[in-house]
Design a protein around this ligand. Structure first.
Ligand SMILES: [Mg+2]
Length: 224
């Protein structure tokens, strides 16, 4: 059997979700209130209603969509604070381990192409991955089986010999429907939010926990 394909999500998995929480839950409400001359409370109310309407759709992940919806250039706003993007603990150590041990390392994100590009550049991560894909180019969010079907057509892989690590339950559910064998989540996607106590998928406390997980599940196969 070949080495498994390890597919990572980006935000909340390899990168600290605190950045995105800051952009969308703190900064955008302030900017929206300034531009639309309303109180911060009103601004949050309007924005959080928008968020609920579009959560888990491709729109939700699109800077272009939000720019036209709220009248603020949200890509520029993210770039303005790009120094706040940061890696989750153990990220580089894990990626180096996987690369040195010849695993296929993929990145599959719902971030749009512009968001993906500046974050990878800022964190200098691109060279670790054999495949990098944004749901914007696939045309479906990862929550939907279509994303996985099209990904497999573009970049063939065996879902039975695959690990997928993502912090979002609905995304993991989509991957499960497609048939990905090993589904793993993250205990604390944002350093600003308390760790989860329970979750419907096994959780990594630190990213490097995946190394012992792999040792446990992959090594017996060599002797089978
Ligand atoms: Mg995520």
């Amino acid at each position: 059997m070949n080495k498994p394909t390890i597919i990572f999500d980006m935000d909340g998995t390899l990168l600290d979700l605190a950045y995105d929480d800051f952009i969308w839950n703190t900064l955008l409400p302030i900017r929206y209130a300034e531009i639309h001359q309303c109180t911060l409370e009103e601004s949050k109310k309007v924005l959080f209603t928008f968020y609920q309407e579009h959560n888990h759709t491709l729109n939700w992940y699109s800077s272009k969509f939000w720019t036209s919806k709220v009248g603020i250039d949200v890509l520029n706003m993210q770039l303005e604070y790009k120094h706040k993007v940061s890696l989750r603990k153990g990220c580089l150590e894990l990626l180096k381990f996987l690369k040195n041990n010849n695993y296929n390392i993929w990145l599959a994100t719902n971030a749009d192409k512009a968001g993906l590009s500046f974050k990878l550049q800022e964190m200098n991560l691109a060279s670790y991955f054999d495949v990098i894909v944004s749901s914007e180019e696939i045309g479906h969010a990862k929550e939907f089986i279509e994303f996985w079907q099209i990904l497999q057509q573009k970049h063939p892989f065996d879902p039975k010999n695959c690990y997928f690590i993502d912090d979002t339950e609905k995304v993991l559910n989509g991957a499960k429907k497609f048939g990905i064998e090993h589904l793993i989540s993250i205990q604390q996607p944002s350093s600003d939010t308390a760790p989860r106590l329970t979750f419907s998928y096994p959780m990594l406390e630190t990213l490097t926990d995946l190394i012992s997980y792999l040792k446990h599940t992959e090594e017996p196969k060599k002797y089978a």
